[in-house]
Write a protein that binds this ligand. Structure first.
Ligand code: DQA
Length: 151
């Protein structure tokens, strides 16, 4: 499609997700974050969107990245890691940015410790996908593209 820019999707990974592959593989699997990012970029190409990914262990950096997403991306996918369960700041940033948000998690939060059952992020998300391992991200991208195409 000459002259037509592809919509951009930002995928945000929160704390400790840089350790995927070595971190509790019985829960999170053996796939590294770099491999997940590559799968997302490839699926994005197939679905006709440009995928950018970003990981940070710092809450403020994630908040800033969300703030800067306005006008630059058509949708956000976020696995906020443990900030899912603690961060009102991230919730507020997601609400402020006014983009469609898809929340994803590798593990099924509701099968785990009670403190993981509550997500602050969920209030800002169109929906949540959890429990499918790496596939959660890919399903999340399909959902985000569906939202972009509908808008
Ligand atoms: C996680 C679940 C969170 O509870 C945890 O703190 C993570 C990863 C997941 O992808 O399953 O860091 O978001």
């Amino acid at each position: 499609m000459a002259g037509q820019e592809r919509a951009r999707v930002l995928v945000l990974h929160g704390p400790n997700l840089n350790l995927l592959g070595q971190r509790e593989p019985e829960i999170y699997g053996a796939t590294t974050l770099a491999e997940i990012d590559a799968k997302l970029v490839q699926l994005g190409q197939e679905l006709g969107v440009e995928v950018e990914t970003y990981q940070s262990n710092l809450e403020g950096e994630l908040v800033t990245k969300v703030q800067h997403a306005r006008g630059r991306y058509a949708a956000l996918i976020i696995n906020a890691g443990a900030y899912t369960h603690t961060s009102i700041a991230l919730l507020d940033a997601l609400l402020a940015v006014g983009l469609p948000v898809v929340e994803v998690h590798l593990s099924n939060l509701y099968k785990r410790e009670p403190f993981r059952h509550h997500s602050y992020i969920a209030r800002a998300a169109v929906g949540q996908i959890c429990g499918f391992g790496v596939e959660s991200y890919l399903l999340g991208l399909r959902a985000a593209v569906g939202l972009i195409n509908k808008a």
